[in-house]
Design a protein around this ligand. Structure first.
Ligand SMILES: C=CC1=C(C)c2cc3[nH]c(cc4nc(cc5[nH]c(cc1n2)c(C)c5CCC(=O)O)C(CCC(=O)O)=C4C)c(C)c3C=C
Ligand SMILES: [Fe+2]
Ligand SMILES: [Fe+2]
Length: 366
């Protein structure tokens, strides 16, 4: 066994806090082969599909990966922008904005890298960037507000799998969830109010979260409860009466039961029941992606209007809105607190002093 070398470590360069932002990932291109590669990695993850490998892998390779990539590639083509997949380009803007905030506040102290759980840039590549930047403390920040084993825990698996190959581990912390963080709730409330100032208030507001199979919930995955709490905190702040909003779950795959009620069935039934105006938001996604741009704003818009609804609008994800970046910086700052001052053996007094100042500045923000 050969472990990853750290021979490039510079004793005289400052040791940094590394922040690894992670989102789900997306294909490299909206083509059938690229989508097949992406889905092969994604759907082989036992955190995502929990069936026994001996049963699932033959189905995945023999059936799913022969059929689904063509359908999904078409959907990806409808959302692909000139600079690539929205999920990736938005995550890159988020990472650059967070880096810039820390560079202004604490020059040189924090290095931000972006990794995707599936596809590129990979988690190992992002961790290598941090290692090369003399990161001795690592904060892993999965961009999923609500914890789920299928997303958050899968990031933990991938990070620890890579770190298990390293000779010299960084001290590591892992953000578990932020579904009730006041800055996250406030940022979404602000985005809803901004939408209302242009489009007015709808008859119904729908919170649509990505679903998971119901049996994951039955076995203790807290995701469903986190989604409900996020929606409750937002609607409390907006003082919305209970009959004017709902929580639903979208994007189900396969034949098993997933978390209910389903977004598509709810919108069809509302259209048919004479509800005229609906606004939908997806606060479980930190960036707009296939599941919001195509599935909500195109497909589900069609279901509601096709069933008799009159006005449908989609409230975008927080993406790189300044309030979202503020919230990310605040969350990182809070999770970085309480770590003893970084102390290299060769630090001179000036550097030691500068570091104490930085540690104080980090603590003072929260
Ligand atoms: C089959 C099981 C799946 C589970 C469980 C699941 C959970 C889950 N996913 C997200 C976030 C995203 N999923 C996205 C796409 C996507 N999801 C699945 C399947 C499961 N997701 C598939 C097969 C796909 C690919 C597209 C398709 O073929 O339909 C995306 C969008 C990626 C993009 O490139 O834009 C996101 C984001 C969460 C939050 C979650 C559980 C909580
Ligand atoms: Fe998904
Ligand atoms: Fe989808």
């Amino acid at each position: 066994m050969t472990f990853v070398s750290h021979a490039e470590f510079h004793h005289d360069a400052p040791e940094r806090l590394g922040v690894l932002l992670v989102n789900l990932g997306t294909p490299d291109a909206p083509t059938v082969p690229a989508v097949r590669r992406y889905l092969a990695e994604f759907l082989a993850d036992p955190r995502v599909v929990e069936l026994p490998r001996a049963l699932w892998l033959p189905i995945l390779h023999g059936v799913i990966l022969r059929v689904r990539p063509a359908r999904s590639a078409k959907a990806y083509q409808s959302v692909w922008a000139e600079d690539g997949s929205p999920l990736l380009t938005i995550a890159q803007r988020q990472a650059a904005a967070v880096q810039e905030r820390f560079d202004q506040r604490l020059p040189g102290a924090v290095k931000v890298a972006l990794g995707m759980r599936y596809g590129n840039p990979s988690i190992p590549a992002a961790l290598a960037q941090l290692r090369q930047a003399n990161v001795r403390r690592l904060l892993v920040f999965p961009l999923y507000p609500q914890y789920s084993g299928s997303t958050t825990a899968s990031v933990f698996d991938a990070v620890t799998r890579e770190l298990s190959r390293w000779r010299w581990l960084p001290e590591t912390r892992f953000i578990n969830q932020y579904h009730d963080h006041p800055g996250y709730i406030a940022a979404i409330v602000e985005s809803i109010r901004a939408h209302w100032s242009v489009h007015g208030q709808p008859e119904r507001l729908l919170f649509s979260f990505h679903g998971i199979p119901k049996d994951y919930f039955d076995q203790g995955d807290p995701y469903y409860c986190h989604c409900q709490k996020t929606a409750r905190l937002i609607t409390d702040q907006l003082a919305l009466p209970p009959e004017s909003w709902s929580v639903t779950f979208q994007s189900r795959v396969g034949f098993k039961e997933w978390l209910q009620p389903y977004t598509d069935e709810t919108l069809k039934s509302w259209g048919a029941a004479g509800i005229r105006s609906v606004q939908v938001l997806s606060p479980g996604f930190s960036a707009d992606c296939l599941e919001t741009i195509e599935e909500i704003d195109e497909e589900n818009r069609g279901y509601f209007l096709g069933a008799g609804g009159e006005h449908f609008s989609y409230i975008h994800c927080l993406n790189d809105a300044p309030k979202h970046i503020d919230m990310m910086v605040d969350l990182i700052t809070r999770h970085a607190m309480g770590w003893p001052e970084l102390e290299g053996s060769v630090l001179d007094e000036t550097e030691r002093h500068a570091r104490r100042e930085r540690a104080l500045a980090l603590g003072a923000v929260a």
